[in-house]
Design a protein around this ligand. Sequence first.
Ligand code: SD4
Length: 349
Amino acid sequence: MVKRRRFLQQSVKGMAGLAVTATAGITATVKAPAVKTSRGPAPNLPIVLSTWDFGMAANKGAWEVLSAGGRAVDAVEAGVRITEAEGTNFTVGYGGLPDRDGHVTLDACIMDDKYGCGSVMCLEHIMHPISVARLVMEKTPHVILVGDGALQFALANGFKRENLLTPAAEKAWKEWLKTAHYSPVINIENKANPNSKDHLPGGKYNHDTIGMIALDRQGNIGGACTTSGMAFKMRGRVGDSPVIGAGLYVDNEVGGATATGVGEEVIRIVGSHLIVELMRQGAAPEQACRDAVERIVKRSPSKAKDLQVGFLAINKQGEYGAFCLQQGFSYAVKSNTEDQMHPGKSYYP
Ligand code: SD4
């Protein structure tokens, strides 16, 4: 009886149309009943969403792929490549602020609709880490390549070695060096100029990881996340952005989530995976993001009040939402019916 109940539950959870179900002792192929779940109307496809204001331009790039019927994974790669090459923002790709030793080190990851994942960490001299991550996913037996190995792999696959430190980023670094101490204090950026919110994670010099998730016309999901990480980080430091499950996670059965802000906090709770699992259990995207933020606050309210972390999520029904610690997080959404920025609701007013 218990087995039969579990069997029925599994069947209803199966993808619309065909469900192949295997439970302890029972294996069967069934035609899933043509019932509507309680999750609402069919999604407005395709749709793409991404973090921060520059998500608007990135979404436009992704939309070219999506509106032509392309795959979500291709769309998110194309979309975030725009931000990586911009050179005008301080925390993604070319033009990103360096670590405290003056090296621009990039982190990126990508996921497709079949749990395919690729990641590069602490990659230097390559304009498009997201495309290297894509190649790691598709051309290697691995998921992650780091540092020199990632660079070697990129160069061997035709990527060009470039100087990513722009004059503006170099100037900002030299300015920071005047007051900075080389000690492994978490969020030392906050102390660079206590009177300036600009240096807070979430301030204008210290956020802007782009995380992007798309559902293509077929309803399949893809996600990408790319950053130069926290400004003036220790050499070798890797944040959440290239960590599958932390900075990004997508699951074609449920939806996807991505993160921005202080990566250490996101890694501790494996934020994006947590959100996807909460959505799997029925939480709406905004509520799932809120639960993740509250978990960060619960660990250390005194730390959380001075940090920014933002989460953005979408489920397979096309419902999306976000939640962050501090006001100021924004995200961009593009579909057939909208092309606009949204403010993320925040824990602290
Ligand atoms: C990191 N989450 O490296 C990234 C960067 C970021 O605010 O979003 N910084 O921790």
